[in-house]
Design a protein around this ligand. Structure first.
Ligand SMILES: [Ca+2]
Ligand SMILES: [Ca+2]
Ligand SMILES: [Ca+2]
Ligand SMILES: [Ca+2]
Length: 679
């Protein structure tokens, strides 16, 4: 037993008591400030800059694991805010359901356990923000909270979005005297980085961990330190909701996994769920997509890559010690530690040898296709003297066919399978980025844009200023740094992830679109239907270059286009005539409304329209007797609203004269008028 060992190496007994009381006082003060209230210490921080979206809690990447249920962005790709989509499309595309790591070390070589902390999928160790917590989180924040480094405008050798997190052993922690007091005197610095880049750098997120032995007394050397990364890949959440709702909360039982040793890349894809008849690899939905002509719901390949691992005690750099896929029986809660009971030292042995865990896939591949698989990667061993640190740099990488291809009726499973090679491309790009000190060839910035309504012809007007043309590409000097060559306007009529069509390719200074006097470009999209919502995105592209000065050996740089995801509208823009706040022009058309003879009920085209109305108003319709028959909320920003003549009570209105009362939410003014319906 190690009970006699001093568990408080940094404090004497009296100091410990004092520290405890100070802790209570400080804690009382903190309570009035509410935990996680500061900008530097949020309970969860999101990276949403590129196409791959992720969450960072303290201790976990993505959400905290909850039996494969989704609660937050977890390698969402393509990321989008699902709540803005009016119809139920089965939810977002998440590719894992929580991840993290466990760490353990011994008191001496092959000796007793010093400590083990499970911060991975099945956490047993607490990290908090109070002075009473065993590990105290002091930082979980965005480094650029206001987008200061979008398009690399603050630091070209840093990511566009960065999450910084720190948690550290609390030397004042009061151990329960009845429990063996294992602990690790360590500090974890985690920095996660995201780019939008050239439509390639938006498909990975790099997560850089530094783990430091923070003690300064010799007994607190960490011997035989092992780290086990655990990832609950789930490729993918959306298809489960649509195709297998009966097992949606039972987890993802159709995921297959591989290890690519050349790229230090562990990845999964959606394979065949063997308990259902037929081959459902990549989860095809025959009636999905914008035209109901079919959609591949799970075409992506999702990976965990190791870009750098500090040399272990054997001097091996970038070394994977061991790995397995722990199979989780969907009917019982098992995890990589389930085969071990009681002893923390037993859990430690799983860090060193993950195949000791429950239902390991090492038995053969029979678990793929029926069980929920957890990726387990063991790193080490390291000896960490007081003050020593190790560094582990991972990348979450994703690849696959585009959303346009996923909803294209000519895309077959062979084409989807080729998406694996985009995963490999993206993994190599992540490695390139890391190897070049977080610098890559960059596209030009894309300008923010406005959408308006054309008048009198129906159309949507996309406009932007030429201001980004004066921003230099930091990788070049002189004239060559100003390399923006043109813009592309994209449109989707289905979802804010596409499918996208280019509706205009605008060359720099093009006379067709550019007004030099105002310094603005504008594109009028007249291929539109009143009442339809449209998503727009605007990108910039550059000229391409003969070389890349930061690494001349990297060769030519082709023309690069900025990310569509980083500069798109997440909410649809509704087409209609421009709104009008001047009430004299409000009209009801047609008036009188005359039902065609032979029909007793209005048909689809028999709508009454309120035109020249404010973009945000409330219209109340009364019978001539003064009874309210319909309340209309109009807030799509257009100057027109269609009414199908159905009352608030679900009935069609009778023939007669009606009054309306229109209240503008903008000007707080109202007007009234009359119209007639003749049947
Ligand atoms: Ca099947
Ligand atoms: Ca499947
Ligand atoms: Ca660069
Ligand atoms: Ca460039």
């Amino acid at each position: 037993m190690i009970r006699g060992r001093n568990r408080y190496p940094l404090l004497s007994g009296n100091a410990r008591k004092r520290s405890c009381w100070i802790g209570v006082l400080v804690f009382g003060l903190l309570l009035s400030n509410v935990l996680f209230a500061s900008d530097d210490l949020a309970s969860v921080v999101h990276l949403k800059r590129g196409k791959l979206w992720e969450s960072f809690t303290i201790g976990n990447t993505g959400q905290q694991f909850d039996n494969f249920r989704r609660h937050d962005y977890c390698m969402d790709w393509p990321g989008f805010d699902y709540e803005y989509v009016g119809t139920d499309i089965g939810g977002p595309y998440s590719h894992h359901a929580g991840s993290g790591f466990c760490i353990g070390a011994l008191i001496g070589p092959d000796s007793l356990l010093l400590g083990i902390e499970r911060w991975g999928l099945f956490p047993t160790s607490s990290i908090g923000t109070s002075p009473n917590d065993k590990y105290i989180c002091t930082k979980n924040r965005l480094k650029y909270p206001n987008g200061e480094n979008y398009w690399l405008q603050s630091d070209p050798n840093e990511a566009e979005e960065v999450v910084e997190t720190v948690w550290e052993f609390n030397p004042s922690y009061v151990f329960d005297q009845d429990v063996r007091s294992y602990y690790l005197p360590i500090k974890v610095d985690r920095t996660a980085r995201a780019w939008s880049g050239s439509q390639k750098d938006e498909d990975y997120i790099i997560i850089d961990y530094t783990i430091t032995n923070t003690s300064f007394s010799d007994p607190d050397t960490l011997f035989d330190t092992y780290i086990l990364f655990t990832y609950s890949f789930s490729v993918n959440h959306r298809s489960l909701q649509i195709l297998y709702p009966q097992i949606a909360n039972g987890g993802n039982r159709d995921n297959f996994f591989e290890y690519d040793s050349r790229r230090n890349l562990f990845f999964g894809y959606n394979g065949d769920y063997t308990e259902e008849p037929g081959d459902d690899t990549y989860d095809y939905w025959p009636t999905g997509g914008p035209d109901g002509e079919g959609e591949w719901l799970a075409p992506a390949y999702a990976g965990l890559q190791f870009l750098y691992i500090s040399p272990n005690d054997n001097g091996e750099e970038n070394h994977i010690h061991d790995y397995t896929w722990s199979a989780q029986d969907p009917t019982i809660t098992t995890n990589p530690f389930s085969a071990i009971t009681g002893l923390d030292k037993g859990s430690y042995t799983v860090l060193e040898e993950p195949s000791l865990g429950a239902y390991r896939a090492g038995d053969g591949e029979e678990h793929f296709g029926t069980e929920r698989m957890i990726t387990c990667v063991s790193l080490g061993p390291w000896t960490l003297l007081p003050g020593d640190s190790i560094r582990i740099v991972t990348a979450e990488v994703i690849g696959g066919i585009s959303y346009n291809e996923a909803v294209d009726k000519y895309t077959n499973s062979f084409i989807v399978k080729m998406g694996k090679y985009t995963l490999f491309d993206n993994a190599e790009r992540a490695q390139f980025n890391y190897d070049h000190g977080y610098n890559v060839p960059d596209p030009p910035p894309a300008p923010s844009f406005e959408i308006g309504r054309s008048d009198p012809q129906l159309g949507n007007v996309i406009s932007w200023s030429d201001s980004v043309e004066s921003l230099a590409d930091a990788d070049y000097s002189g004239e060559e740094a100003y390399d923006l060559a043109g813009y592309r306007v994209y449109r989707s009529v289905y979802l804010p992830i596409g499918p996208w069509d280019v509706i205009a390719d605008v060359e720099l200074g093009s006379a067709d679109y550019y007004d030099a006097a105002s310094g603005r470009y504008s594109v009028v999209d007249t291929n539109v239907t009143a009442g339809q919502g449209y998503y727009y995105a605007l990108t910039s592209y550059d000229t391409g270059h003969n070389s890349w000065p930061p690494d001349p050996g990297a060769g030519r740089v082709r023309s690069l286009e900025s990310s569509l995801h980083a500069n798109r509208r997440m909410e649809p823009f509704y087409t209609g005539p421009p709104p009008r706040e001047d009430f004299p022009s409000v009209r009801v058309v047609p008036n009188p409304f005359v039902m065609e003879s032979g029909y007793t009920m209005p048909r689809d085209q028999d709508v009454i329209q309120f035109v020249n109305i404010p973009g945000n108003c409330t219209i109340r319709i009364y019978s001539i007797q003064g009874n309210l028959v319909k309340t209309i909320r109009h807030d799509d920003g257009t100057g027109m609203h269609k009414w199908n003549q159905v009352t608030d009570y679900g009935q069609f209105v009778e023939s007669g004269v009606y009054m309306y009362h229109l209240y503008s939410e903008g000007t707080k003014k109202s007007t009234t008028g009359k119209f007639a319906i003749i049947k």
